[in-house]
Design a protein around this ligand. Structure first.
Ligand SMILES: [Zn+2]
Length: 721
C-alpha cells in the first residue's frame, strides 16, 4: 500500500516513516501540507494519508478537504489525522472535513497498524470494484437505478453522497446523531479501543441498522434490508453454504454476469476473493446488518442435516428406498439437494409458524408458498430439475404412492424441530402442470394461548366467563374456516379441564391434543360421524362435550338435547355473525323453544393480523374516513385512541404484521333475545336487540382494535364483510 505522510515535525516524520515501512508499506513524505498535496496530485495510487493537524502553508484540515475534492469515482484515499491528546473539537472538525480515522500523539505503532489495516480494507474494496467494473454501477451519484439494474424488492435506496462522506457525518445530517454524541463516542473510544461506529452503537446513540446504512453510503454501496423475497435459490446455489456462513454473506441474484451478495462487512476483501473464486464471477457487495444477515441465513439454510436425519427416520428405511428409486431419474448427486431443499422448506415453515405449505406447479417451475397469519406468501421457486424430486420426496414422507400422479391422495407424517413435534397432513391434487401438494401443519404444541389472550375485551371476557362456568348449556362459536373458532373452543376447554370434570370431544380433524381430555376423530368410513359419535359420547357420562362442527340436523338436535339434559356443549357453526347462528339452527329444523332454552351464547369471530410492534408507527387517518367507520375524532381523542400503520421490517419479514388476534362478537341469549327466537324473528331484528343488550358487532370490535393500534382498518375490512 502507498502511504503518504504529512508532518512538519522531523522527529515525528521519521518515527512514522519507519513504522509504516516496518509494516511493509511504501512511504512518501511531505514536509508540510502543501508539499504533501503536491505529492498527492502527482501520485495516482496513494491509498492512505497520515497527516498532522497544524502545519505551515497548508494545514491538515485543508489538505483533507483538497484530497476529498479531487477524488475520482472508484478511487478512495483513507485519511488519518494525527492529533495531540485532548483536541476533541479539532477531531470533530477533521471528521467533518472527510477524515476517516485519527491517531493520537505520541504515536503508538499498534494503533497505526490497526488504522492501516482498516485503510487497506476500504481501499481494496474500491480497487476490487474498479477491477470488476462495478464502480460505475454502484458508485453513480444520486441513486437512480441504471436501466436493467434490478433492485432487491425490499431495498430502500439512499441518496448517495460524495465519496469520502463519513459515517457520522451522514448520521448527523440525518438527525440521528448529534455532534455532542460523536464527541462522547470519541472519548469512549479512547477508553475501550473499537471503531467509532461500534462505539456509537455500544453507547446506544444509533442502531446497528443506522450504522450499516450509513456505512453503505460511505462506501457507495447499496444498503438492503433483506426479506426472504430477496433470496433467489439459483443464486444461492452458486456458493457453498459453509463459505457463506463463514463470511457472513448471502447471494441475492445474478446480474450481467455478476453476483450481487449481501454482506455485513463488505470491506472484508478475503471474503470477496473467496466468493469470487467459488462462484467464478465478479461479486457486487451490498450491505446489511449482521443481525439481519444471520436471521436470513438461519431461514435460508435449514439446520438442514439435522432435520434431514429426522425426516429419514420418520420415513423409515423402506419408504426411503422407494423414494430413491423415484428420484433415480437424476443422478445420485441430485438426490442430496432434493432432500436438503425439502428439509429446508419444512424447517422454514415450522420455524416461522406457517399453517400451510403450498407447492404449486406452474408451466416453468414449482412455486412454494406459505400461509402465515392467514395470508399466502411466496417463499421460493423450485428449479425445474428439482421439481419432480421435491414432490416425490414429500409423497415418500407421507407414505403415498409416488407412481400415482393422476388421482388425489392424502397422508401424513411428523417432523420434530427443536423439541417441538409438528404433524403434517399432506394432500396431493393433479393439475394440468403436474401434481400440486398442500401440507397443513398441525402444531400439537402450540396451544399456549390462554382465553384472555385471544382478543376478548375485558368486559366480553367477564360475560363469557359467567357462561362457560355454568354446568350446562350451549356455547356456539361461529365464523368461516380459518377464523380461529377451534382455538377459542380449545382455550375454553383448557380452562374447564380439571380432574373432577369429564370432557369428551368429537372432531374432524383433531387439531390439538390435550391431556386429560378424550378426543375422538370423526371417521365416516367406519360409520363414526358427528351425530353417531355424539350419541355414543353421551352414553359415556361426560360433563362437557365439544362437537367440532354442527353440519346436519341430526347433530344439531342431539347437541341441543345434550345441553338440555345437563351437559355443557361447545360447538362450531358456519355462519357470518352471531345472530345468524340462531336462524341457522331453526333452518336445520330445531324447534325455536328448544334453541331458546338450550343456547346460552353465540360467539362470532375472525382473525386479523397484528401490527408488527417493531415497525409500527402512528398513522394519519382522515377525519372523513374515521367518521365513515362510525367513530369521531372527538371520541378517539377522549379515549386516547390512535391508528397505526407499519412499513415492514426484518422482524416481520417486511409484511408489517406479526401474529394474529381475534375479533369477537359475543351475543348472550338474554330474555329479550329468547323472546325474539320464540317469535322466529329475523337475524337483523335479533341483532338490533342483542346490540342493545351489550353485544359489540364484529366490525365495531375490529375498528376499536384498529383505533388502539393493534391492527389496521384494512385488516378489519379484509376479514369482516
Ligand atoms: Zn416489522
Amino acid at each position: 500500500m502507498k502511504v503518504l505522510i504529512a508532518d512538519d515535525d522531523a522527529v515525528s516524520r521519521t518515527v512514522l516513516k519507519r513504522t509504516v515501512e516496518k509494516l511493509g508499506h511504501e512511504c512518501l513524505v511531505g514536509e508540510d501540507g502543501l508539499q504533501a498535496w503536491e505529492i498527492y496530485q502527482r501520485t495516482h495510487d496513494v491509498e492512505v494519508i497520515v497527516s498532522d493537524w497544524m502545519m505551515p502553508n497548508m494545514d491538515g484540515l485543508e489538505l483533507c478537504r483538497s484530497v476529498r475534492g479531487l477524488e475520482r469515482a472508484g478511487g478512495y484515499t483513507f485519511f488519518v489525522f494525527l492529533t495531540a491528546l485532548g483536541g476533541k473539537d479539532h477531531l470533530l472538525e477533521g471528521m467533518q472535513a472527510g477524515a476517516d480515522e485519527y491517531l493520537t500523539k505520541p504515536l503508538d505503532a499498534e494503533q497505526l497498524r490497526a488504522k492501516l489495516i482498516a485503510a487497506s480494507r476500504v481501499s481494496s474494496l474500491h480497487r476490487h470494484m474498479k477491477v470488476e467494473g462495478i464502480a460505475e454501477t454502484v458508485g453513480d451519484q444520486g441513486g437512480a437505478p441504471k436501466a436493467g439494474v434490478r433492485t432487491p424488492k425490499s431495498t430502500r435506496r439512499q441518496g448517495r453522497p460524495q465519496a469520502g462522506t463519513k459515517t457520522w457525518d451522514i448520521l448527523v445530517s440525518q438527525g440521528k446523531l448529534t455532534e455532542e454524541q460523536v464527541k462522547q463516542a470519541l472519548e469512549f473510544q479512547e477508553e475501550s479501543p473499537m471503531d467509532l461506529g461500534q462505539a456509537l452503537v455500544s453507547l446506544g446513540f444509533i442502531s446497528e441498522a443506522d450504522l450499516a446504512r450509513a456505512q453503505a453510503q460511505r462506501l457507495n454501496l447499496e444498503y438492503v434490508e433483506l426479506t426472504e423475497a430477496d433470496v433467489d435459490s439459483e443464486a444461492l446455489s452458486l456458493v457453498p453454504e459453509k463459505l457463506l456462513r463463514r463470511h457472513n454473506a448471502l447471494p441475492l441474484y445474478r446480474e450481467d454476469g455478476r453476483l450481487v451478495v449481501a454482506m455485513s462487512d463488505p470491506t472484508d476483501i478475503h471474503a470477496l476473493d473467496d466468493l469470487r473464486v467459488s462462484c467464478g464471477c465478479a461479486i457486487v457487495p451490498v450491505v446489511t446488518t449482521e443481525e439481519n444477515l444471520q436471521r436470513m441465513q438461519t431461514m435460508v439454510f435449514s439446520v438442514g442435516d439435522q432435520v434431514a436425519e429426522i425426516l429419514e427416520e420418520a420415513a423409515g428405511p423402506e419408504a426411503e428406498s422407494t423414494g430413491e428409486l423415484e428420484l433415480g431419474a437424476g443422478t445420485e448427486a441430485n438426490e442430496a439437494p432434493v432432500v436438503r431443499l425439502v428439509s429446508s422448506i419444512l424447517q422454514r415453515a415450522v420455524g416461522e409458524g406457517a399453517s400451510d405449505i403450498h407447492l404449486e406447479p406452474q408451466a416453468q417451475e414449482l412455486t412454494v408458498r406459505l400461509r402465515m397469519d392467514g395470508v399466502l406468501r411466496e417463499l421460493m421457486s423450485v428449479p425445474p430439475k428439482l421439481q419432480s424430486g421435491v414432490v416425490a420426496r414429500l409423497k415418500v414422507l407421507a407414505n403415498l404412492d409416488i407412481a400415482e400422479r393422476r388421482v388425489p391422495q392424502d397422508g401424513r407424517f411428523s417432523v420434530r424441530l427443536a423439541g417441538k413435534k409438528v404433524d403434517l397432513r399432506v394432500a396431493t391434487l393433479p393439475t394440468v402442470f403436474g401434481e400440486e401438494v398442500v401440507l397443513r401443519l398441525l402444531d400439537t404444541s402450540t396451544l399456549k394461548s390462554d382465553l384472555t389472550e385471544l382478543g376478548f375485551t375485558p368486559a366480553d371476557f367477564e360475560r363469557y366467563k359467567k357462561i362457560f362456568e355454568r354446568p350446562y348449556g350451549t356455547i356456539l362459536v361461529t365464523g368461516p374456516t380459518g377464523s380461529g373458532k377451534s382455538t377459542t373452543l380449545y382455550a375454553t376447554l383448557k380452562r374447564l379441564n380439571s380432574p373432577n370434570r369429564k370432557i369428551i370431544t368429537i372432531e374432524d380433524p383433531v387439531e390439538y391434543r390435550m391431556g386429560g381430555i378424550n378426543q375422538i376423530q370423526v371417521n365416516p368410513k367406519a360409520g363414526l360421524t358427528f351425530a353417531s359419535g355424539l350419541r355414543s359420547i353421551l352414553r359415556n357420562d361426560p360433563d362437557v362435550v365439544m362437537v367440532g362442527e354442527i353440519r346436519d340436523t341430526e347433530t344439531a338436535k342431539t347437541a341441543v338435547e345434550a345441553a338440555l339434559t345437563g351437559h355443557l356443549v361447545l360447538a362450531t357453526l358456519h355462519t357470518n355473525d352471531a345472530p345468524g347462528a340462531l336462524s341457522r339452527l331453526t333452518e336445520m329444523g330445531v324447534e325455536p323453544f328448544l334453541i331458546a332454552s338450550a343456547v346460552d351464547c353465540v360467539i362470532a369471530q375472525r382473525l386479523v393480523r397484528r401490527l408488527c410492534e417493531s415497525c409500527k408507527r402512528p398513522a394519519q387517518i382522515d377525519d372523513e374516513v374515521i367518521a365513515e367507520l362510525g367513530l369521531s375524532p372527538e371520541v378517539l381523542a377522549e379515549r386516547e385512541l390512535r391508528f397505526y400503520e407499519s412499513l415492514g421490517c426484518a422482524q416481520c419479514g417486511g409484511t408489517g404484521y406479526r401474529g394474529r388476534t381475534g375479533l369477537y362478537e359475543l351475543m348472550v341469549v338474554t330474555d329479550p333475545v329468547k323472546d325474539l327466537i320464540l317469535r322466529r324473528a329475523s337475524a337483523a331484528e335479533i341483532s338490533r336487540i342483542a346490540e342493545e343488550e351489550g353485544m359489540t358487532r364484529l366490525r365495531d370490535d375490529g375498528m376499536l382494535k384498529a383505533a388502539s393500534g393493534i391492527t389496521t382498518i384494512q385488516e378489519v375490512l379484509r376479514t369482516v364483510v
